[in-house]
Write a protein that binds this ligand. Structure first.
Ligand code: NAI
Ligand code: MG
Length: 357
């Protein structure tokens, strides 16, 4: 019997709606032949908590999470609180304090799902994006001087360390070799303009690449990479990029494979000194909050990534297959995929498929 302690932070917007389905699926997987059991610790952190306390999470929030085996996270963001406050009060500190430097974001065009791109069929898009997750453009380094005067001056600094850069690039190569598909890693930078940090990144990429002579490499400028993701996404296997660039690329990769509501994300602490965190790529989705139509499959796929990380690869695979079947059968889908089902009905459908197999 494997027992896991999970921290659950539903957060804001559609976060609680999709996390409820992630838990429903976890409960369906627990017990019986799987031998799995889960203890949940719920943390009501996020924007409502901020309205009450002035903080997105308590002072000792990180310490409270430290002993969990993994963290399941929904989203943060509130229409009435500036995004730089919500994001910097909970999600980004958690990624940094838990040293979750390796963010993995797979995008796959499933059978049954239509891409907005013409002529793409199932499997044509099958890429995994590796996002540096603790530094780069998201480092809170900068300042503001002489506010409200004509001399107002603002600086925002990108931070690239050798450790962080090598770690994400090496993780991308190692994954590419394990995956053994196209055996190609594409690095995305903007070295023509960002002549310090990004040139350094390119050098580290070339260094690490020498350890993997069997892997084909490619370096693209980010604008070109955005274009290629739209015009010929099938050329990509594993991609690796800085915090900001990979964030942008992962929204494009999600939407060309059918919906933001399908894209999962794993935030990994490779050294396993701290818990890793699993979440959908999407945010709070204000435009559909409370309507009960958010697609929970991104979260459910993130749950599968969590199970895989915990060493429960058989259960993870079973869950991935249930998601694929739900999509292929097209009986119960949310509106983003052309269906009429609710968030809860899609969760129920995945549970039904799990029970059947
Ligand atoms: P978003 O990802 O929340 O929404 C973008 C679009 O995708 C919207 O049209 C939304 O309806 C759709 N969408 C998102 N999730 C969906 C789902 N499960 N099913 C169906 N459709 C879905 O990005 P946006 O609008 O830029 O950000 C909204 C808020 O969320 C902001 O406050 C932002 O800062 C925050 N945010 C938080 C993130 C996180 O907590 N990890 C990530 C991205 C944004
Ligand atoms: Mg994003």
């Amino acid at each position: 019997m494997a027992e896991y302690n999970l921290a659950v932070i539903p957060g804001d917007g559609v976060g609680p709606e999709v996390i409820a389905e992630g838990r429903k699926v976890l409960e369906a997987m627990a017990g019986g032949a799987s031998g799995l059991s889960f203890n949940y610790a719920d943390y009501p952190w996020g924007s409502d908590y901020y309205r009450e306390t002035g903080m997105l999470m308590p002072e000792d929030g990180i310490e409270q999470l430290q002993s969990s085996d993994a963290i399941l996270f929904g989203a943060v963001g509130d229409p009435n609180i500036p995004d730089h406050i919500t994001l910097h009060g909970l999600l980004l500190p958690m990624r940094r304090r838990f040293d979750q430097g390796v963010c993995i974001r797979p995008s796959y065009l499933y059978p049954g799902v239509a891409s907005p791109l013409a002529g793409k069929k199932a499997g044509d898009i099958d890429l995994v994006l590796f996002r540096e997750n603790t530094e780069g453009e998201y480092a809170p380094v900068g300042g503001r001087l002489y506010g409200g005067t004509p001399y107002e001056t603002v600086m925002q600094t990108n931070v690239f360390t050798r450790r962080g850069t090598e770690r994400i690039i090496r993780a991308a190569f190692e994954y590419c070799v394990r995956r053994n598909k196209m055996m190609k890693v594409t690095s995305v930078t903007k070295s023509n303009a960002q002549s310090f940090g990004m040139v350094f990144w390119d050098e580290v990429f070339q260094d690490v690449a020498t350890e993997f002579p069997q892997v084909e490499t490619e370096s693209l400028l980010v604008d070109r990479a955005c274009m290629d993701l739209v015009r010929w996404p099938e050329i990509f296997d594993v991609m690796v990029a800085s915090n900001l660039f990979a964030d942008i690329l992962s929204d494009i990769a999600a939407v060309v494979t059918g919906s933001m509501g399908l894209a999962p994300s794993a935030n990994i602490n490779p050294e396993k000194e701290h818990p890793s965190m699993f979440e959908p790529v999407h945010g709070a989705a204000f435009d559909i909050t409370g309507k009960g139509i958010a697609n929970p499959l991104a979260t459910i796929s993130a749950v599968a990534m969590m199970l895989d990380h915990l060493g429960e690869s058989t259960s993870a695979q079973k869950l991935d297959e249930a998601v694929a079947r739900c999509l292929n059968e097209r009986r119960v889908l949310t509106p983003d995929l052309g269906g009429t089902a609710t968030t809860g009905q899609v969760g129920d459908e995945v549970v039904r498929i799990l029970r059947e197999t």
